[in-house]
Design a protein around this ligand. Sequence first.
Ligand code: PHE
Length: 343
Amino acid sequence: MSTSPEMQQLNAAIAEGIASISVAASRDELRSTMSSLTGKKGAVAAVKSSLGSLTDVDQRKALGAAVNEALTQLQVAADQRERELRVVEFAAKVEAERVDMTEVAMSPNATRRRGRMHLVTQATERLEDVFIGLGFQIAEGPEVETDFYNFEALNMPPSHPARSMWDTLFIESDVEGSVVLRTHTSPVQIRVMQEWPPPIYAVMPGRVFRKETPDATHMPVFHQIEGLVIDRGITFADLAGTIESFTKAFFGPGFTSRLRPSYFPFTEPSAEFDIRRPDGSWIELGGCGMVHPHVLRAGGLDPEEWSGFAFGFGIDRMAKERHGVNDLRDMYSDDIRFTEQFS
Ligand code: PHE
């Protein structure tokens, strides 16, 4: 059998096939090599088509099995080559896209310059300091979130109209729409409730994402700081008092705050909070409210025993306000002359 002309033809096809696979210079080339080797007009197909003319059943079986085996061998060789090419192509890409970060700072002609902290980093660190001073702990959560944490556990079941309050960016996933770039830091409330035994006094800063067109006051990527307090007998007065102490500690004694009725699915009652500048003008800072019982339950807490409040506001806007920046886009222009002005 092994010397039958069909078998010889097949062995030759495998040998030639493996040889051409191993010299494929790119993954595109590999794909076309494979389709001509295993396609209808390929050498393996030619052997396969001769199966019908074999009258001996055993010979036919053996040759059929050998054809399948040949295809497997070619596929194994192609997979191997594919892995090699991936490594080579990735290395080439890395080399082509290489950025030497020291090029500017260290070039002999440039005056040596020290880096600066970005305005948003500075604001985040100051906010953390203020809240640590008020007895809070810091927590963080993932930027890529599941629909459950970003919406559902926050009392927004699928198709809840309030989901449209956030222009969501979705990540491709097996179940369409189940993975998102978090639209706010509120999902971290749930994660903290699930992980930390109450009482909880936590702030959670981080990056959030919305489908927005950049302009002077909006960016598709920005930062929020979330606050969560869970304890026994927490009331709206505790929320108002915390916002007021924070306002004075962060902005200065000349500032004060107010709450205006509002709506968020995850707090009840809900409010927006504004702060008043010493000159009497108001700026809107963020949202807040008493944690909704459904949200407490999603976090694994019994609403009969625990109550709490939450708040969330934009860090970029605060930094903009504090430093009199006219346009948020300047903060992300990557121009060191901008950052240098604020340190
Ligand atoms: N997550 C809300 C937003 O991004 C703000 C908020 C946080 C409101 C916590 C209430 C409580 O708009």
